[in-house]
Structure formats: C-alpha cells, structure tokens
Design a protein. Structure first.
Length: 169
C-alpha cells in the first residue's frame, strides 16, 4: 500500500523504538499489553523473542527494534506488547510487537502523509506506508503486513503451532 492509496483521514497508534516514532493503522491493532514474561522458543531468529499466553492462545512476540536493526529492547516500566493482526495470503496471523513505549492514537489526513523516501535499491522500504508529518516531527507509518517476509511469518506460525501442541500434551 502506498501513500496514493491513503485517501481519507486515518487513525494511527504511535509508538517509540529508540528515539524514533512509528505508527500503525489502528485497524490492525487489537490491544496493547504491559510487557510480561515471554517464553523463549529455541532455534528461532533473534528478532523473535518468544511467545506469550493471551487468554489461552499462544501469541508470538517479535522485538521490533531487532527487526529494524536496532539494539534489543530492554524491559522498562513503559515497555509494551502491541497485539496486531497481520494478513498473509488471506490468512490472519496474531502477533505481538514489542515496543519501547506506546505514545497515543492520532489522526492523520492524506495531506499530512508523504511517500517513503527512496534510498537506492539496497535498502528495502516497502514496509513503510509513508511519512506522517505532525508539527515539525516525522512519524514513520508502517505497513505491518509487509514488515515480515512470508518465510518469517511461516516460521512464526510454525512456532505458535508447536508451542500450542506442547501445551496440549
């Protein structure tokens, strides 16, 4: 999805990773949880911190800082897990996105959103819907459906299923 497809005022949940502010379309967000104990799953990528129990369901938790090449998220009083719903090949996947803190829900009009910068061909920015402008600050609007490759999401789904099977035994 590109900026040209954003034709109406949309609400976004903003959150911080290091000093940067990111945003997700509120329609993709189910809820925000305090960061609790995450059960590490062996042989998973570094960015996958493990799984949590969300009302009886196994939900994989991904460290967004690690996914974006930053340092690992350290637990603070503000650290939280944003429960999002991702679409992949018509299937819905529930995932926890670990963030330093959640800021607020904001509304951005199409005129406040600019296209993602083109930074050559080596740096992939297709997961950025656009750059929201609020006052003098930029907010990186993410397309959560494009942050993870289908291989990474398949791995997350496999981990979820394996963990759920282990819990059932």
């Amino acid at each position: 999805m590109t900026v040209s497809t954003i034709t109406q005022t949309t609400q976004y949940l903003t959150f911080k990773l290091e000093d940067e502010v990111f945003a997700l379309d509120i329609s993709k967000v189910r809820e925000v949880l305090d960061f609790t104990t995450v059960t590490k799953v062996p042989r998973t990528p570094d960015f996958m911190r493990g799984v949590i129990n969300l009302r009886g369901s196994v939900v994989p938790v991904v460290d967004m800082r690690l996914k974006f090449g930053m340092t690992k998220t350290e637990k603070t009083v503000n650290t939280c897990v944003i429960i999002v719903e991702i679409s992949l090949d018509g299937e819905r996947i529930v995932l926890g996105a670990l963030a330093d803190s959640v800021q607020e829900v904001i509304e951005l009009e199409p005129a406040q959103i600019e296209p993602a910068p083109r930074i050559g061909t080596r740096l992939k920015t297709e997961f950025i819907k656009g750059m929201g402008r609020r006052d003098e600050h930029f907010i990186i609007i993410l397309d959560i459906d494009r942050i993870f490759s289908s291989d990474e999401l398949a791995l997350v789904t496999d981990v979820k299923e394996a963990t759920a099977a282990d819990a059932a035994e």
